[in-house]
Design a protein around this ligand. Structure first.
Ligand code: ATP
Length: 768
């Protein structure tokens, strides 16, 4: 991209959030890469008003190591002066004196409102600076138009128009980690815990933590519980206890109120749960207020990716803006990074708070994005199991088979749990098929126990945060187990629908079942696949459950390795990732840790590439004056090449380095499949699983949908900004690279350039 030379400044403002450093690194490096000068404004608007040393030009190397640091390294502050025109006047003067013509601001709605006000006033501020002789007309002439782009950095996820703000998933990870810890002790002592999380006007953290951990009850500002929340909460807790649950978790957002606007405090909730009078729950109850730990720690992989991609997009937006362009901010909808009008989003955000204040709760909910209301529905479904409220008439109730296929992936259990909860709430019968098609096929009449059986809610209820696959998974395809046999078993159990969770094998299995429908009428039932694999290689989706968990594991692993290198300094680590023939996790991990090079099967490895990369490393180490102590990372997917592997590449680098720097290989292996699934995988598992169940239910009992409707065998997936079902037949024919077991086209491949540019890799290292 050709760009006119500009001076672009970046700043962080408002409350800090994990991922802000990724923004700063991305903006600085993209700006430099595109021939611009990059500046950082330290301490938010305070820096802009005070100027001097707080506005600094940044070099490429100055943002090294930023990705793995929490908080914001360029500082943030609340600045009273910027609320007033004189403060903004001084800020404008400092901008002109430093020659800055574009400003990228990462902060919450307050910071972005301030930014828009600044841009609106800009011409009059310049006029005043000239008329009061603080600057000359010639001085201000080149800066007639101020360009501002906003990025939303906030742990609350409270801005309308974007599904996620930079930092919210890191905060959610921290909250869920704490709740997971608390659950163990709660269960041991059969206790109840009331956990207060941040969110004065926005219940996103509380709600998603509730969904991810399977909490018993959640209080959020946007949706106060009915007039008698006390009775309602106690009834739910009582019901869950009557199923045999030994722990009770209630999550309450700071800003939770009752319908009349009175605050619901953790103490009130505790008193109710602990009430020993007749009919009371009499639970041993504790309160935990999570406080600032929610902001702490380094950013999760998703926030590093979001901060980086949005930072890059912000620089592009700045360079493409004309004087007529409306001020924009960078949003994400599902998986798509988009530019949106800033003030509309800020106005909508404010109207949520106003709606809550005015007790217009339906309006408040409708103003939040789709994901939020979907998750609210998810939470209700998984809480109100086994009540009669939503049950379908007897004749519409279905028998649904659940099967996991392929390797385990984070979120599989959460998906099954949510779909089972949905079944119970609607009166369907959920049936577990253990150990994939292999387990199903080897099931004999004389040995029915364990292989195929109805789910028990108490057992499933604890699966929200469990890794692996509780019903067991297996790679065997139906063709290997015997298609006729599988078809006869499906007929025998009279399944009305099949719910599959798994990776590429599961997709292959579903495709085989679809083809076999012509021969076996029992297979004409609706079937759906919810993709779950760390490789993220299922056609029909840009995201598979488990890939986020895997990325987090890899990123943590790489951070530790990089840190260990700080003692030895000059070291290159070559890290081998899993992923089969899909370079997704290698590339995304490369993006999140700042890899010097990433090798993936989609490109292969040539001698030329290695030569360029090794030559570049030599140059980098020769120029490194020694202040930057962190090591360099190269990521290589396990199947990137038949010849070069991590060890060989590390040896080549070491040999070429002639003792000037070191190189080592490192193979994290199965660590990547992750222990506890990430909250994103858990929450998406729940939301997608419920959508799948609604889809299956849409066909009804004893449907022969398979004879006519292509969507009756489909894959649910995120495609761009949408969550959609795609017919397996369409994917088989047009979307699948069968020999390489991956989709024919992958959106993430577009990110390779960003990884290379920001990692400082020579542009010509990769083949065209
Ligand atoms: P958080 O989500 O963490 O609260 P925020 O960006 O909303 O982040 P604020 O404290 O509201 O945090 O705003 C940060 C700074 O932005 C303020 O200290 C002030 O300098 C500036 N600012 C906020 N609102 C305005 C406004 N209406 N006019 C001018 N400046 C503002």
């Amino acid at each position: 991209m050709e760009a006119p030379k500009k001076k672009i400044a970046v700043m962080t403002s408002g409350g800090d959030s994990p991922g802000m450093n990724a923004v700063v690194r991305a903006v600085v490096r993209t700006a430099i890469h595109l021939g611009c000068d990059a500046f950082c404004v330290y301490e938010g608007y305070e820096g802009l008003v005070k100027g001097g040393d707080l506005i600094r030009q940044m070099g490429w190397a100055e943002v090294r190591g930023y990705l793995s640091e929490g908080g914001t390294l360029i500082g943030t502050a609340r600045c009273m002066a910027f609320y007033e025109r004189p403060g903004r006047l001084t800020a404008a003067k400092n901008m002109v004196l430093n020659g800055i013509d574009a400003l990228i601001i990462c902060g919450g709605d307050g910071s972005l409102t301030g930014a828009d006000k600044f841009r609106g006033e800009w011409p009059s501020l310049l006029e005043e600076l000239v008329s009061t002789r603080q600057l000359t007309a010639d001085q201000v002439k080149p800066y007639k138009h101020l360009n501002i782009v906003g990025l939303v950095g906030s742990i609350d996820n409270d801005l309308s128009g974007t599904d996620a703000t930079i930092g919210c998933y890191s905060a959610l990870a921290r909250v869920c980690e704490m709740v997971d810890y608390i659950e163990a002790t709660a269960s041991s002592h059969s206790r109840a815990f009331v956990i207060e999380v941040m969110g004065r006007h926005c219940g996103w953290l509380a709600l998603l933590a509730g969904v991810a951990t399977g909490a018993d009850f959640v209080f959020i500002p946007e949706r106060p519980v009915s007039d008698c929340w006390q009775e309602e909460m106690c009834a739910v807790v009582k019901r869950h206890r009557s199923f045999g649950k030994r722990k009770t978790i209630v999550i309450v957002a700071e800003g939770a109120n009752d319908k009349d606007g009175n605050k619901i405090s953790p103490e009130q909730i505790k008193d109710l749960l602990a009430n020993k009078s007749e009919g009371g729950l009499a639970l041993d109850t504790r309160i935990t207020t999570l406080g600032h730990v929610q902001r702490g720690g380094t950013a999760v992989a998703y926030d590093r990716m979001l901060g980086t991609l949005q930072g890059v997009e912000a620089v592009k937006a700045v360079l493409e803006a004309t004087p007529e362009t409306e001020t924009c901010f960078i949003a994400i909808n599902e998986n798509k990074i988009v530019r949106k009008p800033l003030m509309k989003a800020v106005a909508e955000t404010k109207s949520v708070a106003q709606a809550v204040e005015a007790k217009h709760f339906d309006k408040a909910m409708s103003l939040r994005d789709t994901e939020f209301s979907d998750q609210y529905k998810s939470y209700l479904t998984t809480t109100n199991v086994k009540t009669d409220e939503h049950k379908l008439p007897e004749k519409e109730r279905m028998k649904v088979g659940f099967i996991n296929v392929g390797a385990p992936a984070g979120g599989m259990n959460a998906a099954v749990r949510a779909a089972v909860a949905y079944c119970f709430s609607r009166g369907h019968t959920p049936v577990a098929i253990h150990n994939g098609f292999a387990g199903f096929a080897r099931h004999h009449d004389d040995k029915p126990v364990g292989a195929v059986r109805e789910f028990d809610w108490l057992e499933v209820d604890g699966w929200a945060s469990k890794g692996g696959s509780e019903i067991g998974t297996n790679r065997e395809l139906p063709s290997e187990s015997g298609m006729e046999h599988i078809a006869s078993l499906i007929a025998k159990y009279e399944f009305d629908a099949l719910f599959m969770v798994g990776g590429f094998e599961a997709f292959h299995a579903l495709s085989q079942l679809r083809v076999a429908r012509e021969q076996f009428p029992s297979l004409r039932i609706p079937m759906v696949l919810l993709p779950a694999t760390i490789s993220n290689n299922v056609p029909g989706t840009e995201y598979s459950l488990g890939s986020d968990t895997c990325l987090n594991e890899l990123v943590q692993y790489c951070d530790k390795i990089k840190q260990s290198a700080s003692a030895t300094r000059r070291r290159v680590f070559v890290i081998e990732t899993q992923g089969g023939r899909s370079g997704y996790i290698a590339t995304l991990a490369g993006l999140a840790v700042g890899a010097s090079a990433v090798y993936i099967p989609e490109e292969g490895i040539s001698l030329g590439m290695l030569n360029t990369d090794v030559t570049h490393l030599k140059k980098v180490f020769a120029e490194d004056t020694g202040q930057s102590r962190a090591g360099r990372l190269i990521l290589i997917n396990e199947k990137a090449s038949n010849v070069y592997d991590a060890k060989l590449i590390a040896n080549i680098i070491r040999d070429e380095a002639h003792g000037r720097f070191e190189s080592r290989e490192s193979i994290p292996g199965h660590v990547q499949q992750g222990g506890v699934p990430s909250p994103m995988d858990r929450c998406r598992a729940v939301r997608h699983a419920i959508k799948c169940m609604e889809h299956l239910q849409g066909y009804g009992k004893k449907s022969a949908a398979g004879s006519t409707d292509p969507l009756s065998t489909s894959v649910i997936g995120i495609k761009g900004s949408e969550l959609v079902f795609t017919a397996v037949q369409e994917l088989e024919e047009h979307g699948t690279d069968w020999p390489n077991r991956r989709p024919k086209q992958s959106e993430w491949l577009k990110m390779r350039d960003i990884v290379d540019v920001l990692g400082g890799r020579p542009q010509h290292a990769r083949p065209e």
